[in-house]
Design a protein. Structure first.
Length: 324
C-alpha cells in the first residue's frame, strides 16, 4: 500500500523528548487519517535514545528506526531518512519538540495542492537567544537570499515538506542540510514555498549547535553555488580567470618593456613589474588547476548522471504497418 506521508526525524541525544514527540505525531496523523510512517534516524546518540526508539516501535507499528554507528551529522541522517521514505509527501522535523506536529496537515495540503515541490517552515517568532541565535540567523538568511535567489526567511528551519520526487532526486551530505532548498532548485524543483510555523521553547536538553555553524554555513553556501554551476565544467571558471589574470600580467609586462626602450630605467625597480609577475604566475596556476579539475571531472563515475523527468518511446518498437 502506498503511504500518504513519511516523517523523517533526525535525532542526537533526545531520549526525553521522543515519547512525547511520537505520541503527538501519532495523534495528528490518526485524526487526519493519514497512512503514514515515522523514520527516526539516531545520529550516534550517546544517551539511551536508540533504546527509546526500539521501545516506541513496539508501541507504534508506523515507527521505523535507523541507527548510525557514530555521529555523522544531520545531513547524513536526513539523507538516509530520505532513502528509506516511501510516502507521497515527506516531512522533516527536529526531535527536540521545538517543531510542532500540528503544522503537518497544512504542510501536506500545500504539497498536495500541486503548487509547490517544497515548503519550508518560517519560525517568525522565535524563543532562542536574540544575540547568539536570532541575529546571526537573520544575517545568515539574508546572505542566502542574496546569493541563491531563493526568497526564504528561514532556510535552515528543520520543519519542511517535500514532494516524494524531490527527496529521491537530491543528495544531502556534509553540512548541506542548511541548503536543501538550494539543492532542490538546482535539481530542477523551483517551486519553493514558505509557511509561518510555530516555534516552541526547548523543553528538554540543550542545543547541539554552536557559533561555528554560521561560519561553516557561509563556506558551504559558496561551495554549493560553485559546484552547481561549475561542477561538470570547472575549466569554465578556472580557465577564464586564469587566462584573464595572465593576460593582465602579460600586458603590464609589455608596457614595462616598451617604457624601458622609450624612457629608459630599470624594470625590476618598479612595483608594476612584481604585480605583473605575480598576476601571470597566479593566472598560470589557475589555468592548470582548471585543467586538472577537468580531468578529474571527466573521470568521475557520475559525470553523465542527469535527472530525467519523463521519457517517450525510447525503446525500439517494431512497426507492423506499412509506410504510405
Amino acid at each position: 500500500m502506498s503511504l500518504d506521508l513519511s516523517i523523517v526525524v533526525p535525532l542526537y541525544n533526545e531520549e526525553e523528548s521522543l515519547p512525547e514527540l511520537m505520541s503527538w505525531i501519532h495523534k495528528v496523523c490518526t485524526e487526519h487519517q493519514y497512512a503514514y510512517e515515522v523514520i527516526m534516524v539516531d545520529d550516534g546518540s550517546k544517551d539511551s535514545s536508540w533504546e527509546v526508539v526500539q521501545e516506541l516501535s513496539r508501541q507504534y507499528p508506523a515507527l521505523k528506526g535507523i541507527k548510525f554507528q557514530r555521529n555523522y551529522g544531520k545531513s547524513a541522517a536526513l539523507n538516509e531518512g530520505f532513502k528509506a521514505s516511501s510516502g507521497k509527501v515527506v516531512i522533516t522535523m527536529d526531535a527536540d519538540l521545538q517543531d510542532s506536529p500540528d503544522e503537518i496537515p497544512e504542510l501536506v495540503q500545500m504539497i498536495r495542492s500541486d503548487e509547490y515541490d517544497l515548503v519550508s517552515g518560517w519560525k517568525k517568532v522565535r524563543y532562542d537567544n536574540a544575540i547568539t541565535k536570532n541575529l546571526p540567523s537573520k544575517l545568515y538568511n539574508g546572505v542566502n537570499r542574496l546569493v541563491s535567489g531563493i526568497q526564504l526567511h528561514d532556510m535552515n528551519c528543520g520543519l519542511k515538506a517535500y514532494r516524494r520526487k524531490v527527496v529521491k532526486s537530491i543528495e544531502v551530505y556534509g553540512e548541506m542540510h542548511r541548503f536543501i532548498p538550494v539543492i532542490a532548485k538546482q535539481a530542477g524543483f523551483p517551486r519553493i514555498g514558505e509557511k509561518v510555523v510555530q516555534h516552541r521553547p526547548r523543553k528538554y536538553g540543550v542545543s547541539k549547535f554552536g557559533w561555528e555553524r554560521f561560519i561553516n554555513g557561509f563556506l558551504d553556501l559558496l561551495s554549493i553555488q560553485f559546484i552547481s554551476r561549475f561542477g561538470k565544467k570547472p575549466m569554465h571558471f578556472f580557465g577564464f580567470w586564469g587566462t584573464a589574470a595572465f593576460l593582465v600580467g602579460f600586458l603590464i609586462t609589455l608596457y614595462l618593456i616598451a617604457s624601458k626602450f622609450f624612457f629608459e630605467g630599470s624594470l625590476i625597480n618598479k612595483p608594476a613589474f612584481y604585480i605583473a609577475l605575480t598576476t601571470m604566475v597566479l593566472g598560470t596556476q589557475f589555468f592548470l588547476t582548471g585543467f586538472i579539475a577537468e580531468l578529474v571531472s571527466r573521470s568521475s563515475s557520475d559525470r553523465n548522471q542527469y535527472l530525467v523527468e519523463e521519457t517517450l518511446r525510447l525503446k525500439h518498437q517494431p512497426q507492423t504497418g506499412e509506410n504510405h
